[in-house]
Design a protein around this ligand. Structure first.
Ligand SMILES: [Fe+2]
Length: 410
């Protein structure tokens, strides 16, 4: 989670413009530990969702002694990297994994406070977040100089980072002229060392966070092969939506109500005299406002993760006899819709419901106070509607019940 004054400084000075190294004192606590890295790596190797690069070539799978990672510390991670390198005759080795948050829900929770603050302060609308991991023993990024279609917050845990970056225009001519937010991820085939003199070099260590904006050409160049491990929070911005809505909001705020109607929905003559008002104007306005609200709520509740906690109906069942609590950093929203149904948003998942009156009171209390105890449930008796909606909330991971509360990640 950011310290407020540092988030403010970051937004004012570097965000969306240039890479920034955020030192450890920018955050209230580290977002990830090496234990997270060992656990995530083990789970994702077992799930065959890690990509390997050996001596610059892609490899799908390897037989690797995963028990080494059980140590969960820097020694274990280094031992693991050394062992994989040894199994590959000392060749340079890099591994990467996408969507770590989908494999390990706790990692998603760890990013949430950081992203909630960022979105809340910057007004960014997220199209999605991809939590990645990178590691191995290598000198430079095997994919070469490339851009990614997202803002990236790199969080080194072992070996730091030494990143060479070029503003997108500096290597222009190799790939044609394009606007940074529009370019997809791509790699250059140039000899980047000839362009080194134009690069900015950013170095950071464990505890720092290295931010660089979408569209920046970059490559890791450690200058000598070394053991590294890091996470990367990749934020895909919904730039068009954010810009359009932002412009409408600013415009609307500037105008008095009568002018809003006249300027946005009226047919006028050349002198600006209103000839005809559009009766559907209010409906359009309501739709825009709803879009802003829903988009913001989903963004807030899921922190932008689109592949989040999977629903698993076999794991949990709501009990009327146990207290329920909202999970740390999770937020639940209940929106009244004009179609008469209620929209419930939890961890980025949306349910349209016809809530009973009792269920609605209990859900509203849970949202307001963050908890509900069994005496409260008893007042409503056995309510199938309450049971269904509570089960759904449990499965989305936004609430916890009973013994889980003791062991919940905080
Ligand atoms: Fe990259």
């Amino acid at each position: 989670m950011w310290k407020d004054e540092n988030l403010k400084r970051f937004l004012e000075t570097g965000y969306e413009e240039a890479p920034v190294v955020l030192p450890p004192e920018s955050m209230q606590a580290p977002i990830f530990s090496i234990r997270d890295g060992c656990l995530a790596l083990k789970i994702m190797i077992e799930a065959k969702s890690i990509q390997w690069w050996i001596n610059g070539r892609r490899r799908q799978e390897m037989n690797i002694p995963l028990h080494i990672l059980d140590g969960g510390d820097e020694t274990a991670m280094n031992h693991f990297i050394d062992e994989v390198t040894r199994l590959n005759d000392g060749e340079e080795m890099m591994f990467s994994g996408h969507n770590c948050h989908a494999a390990i829900p706790e990692l998603q929770l760890r990013c949430k406070p950081f992203l909630h603050q960022l979105y809340g302060e910057s007004g960014v609308c997220s199209n999605g977040v991809n939590l990645m991991m990178f590691g191995g023993k290598y000198t430079e990024t095997p994919a070469g100089v490339h851009t990614d279609p997202c803002d990236i917050f790199l969080i080194p845990l072992i070996g730091g980072k030494r990143l060479l970056t070029w503003e997108w225009q500096l290597l222009d001519g190799n790939e044609g002229t394009e606007v940074p937010v529009k370019i997809p991820a791509k790699s250059l085939t140039i000899n980047w060392r000839e362009e080194q003199h134009k690069a900015e070099v950013y170095c950071c260590n464990a505890g720092d966070i290295l931010y660089f904006p979408v569209g920046y050409w970059h490559i890791n160049d450690y200058q000598t092969a070394k053991n590294t491990f890091s996470f990367g929070i990749n934020v895909f911005k919904n730039s068009d939506f954010a810009r359009t809505i932002g412009a409408i909001q600013r415009k609307m705020r500037q105008l008095p109500i009568a002018d809003k109607i006249a300027s946005m929905s009226a047919k006028c003559d050349e002198s600006g005299e209103v000839l005809e008002l559009d009766p559907t104007y209010a409906q359009y306005l309501a739709l825009i406002e709803e879009a802003i609200r829903i988009n913001f709520l989903i963004r807030s509740s899921s922190a932008g993760f689109v592949t989040g906690i999977k629903l698993d109906t076999t794991v949990m069942a709501f009990s009327l006899n146990c207290p329920v609590r909202v999970r740390p950093y999770s937020r639940i929203f209940l929106v009244n819709c004009e179609d008469g149904r209620d929209t419930l948003i939890s961890n980025g998942m949306v349910a349209k419901l016809n809530l009973s009156a009792d269920a609605k009171i209990i859900i509203s209390t849970l949202i307001e106070t963050g908890k509900c105890d069994p005496t409260f449930f008893a007042q409503s008796g056995a309510d199938p509607c309450l049971e269904n909606v509570m089960n759904w909330l449990l499965q989305t991971g936004s609430v916890i019940q009973d013994s889980e509360i003791e062991n919940a990640y905080v």
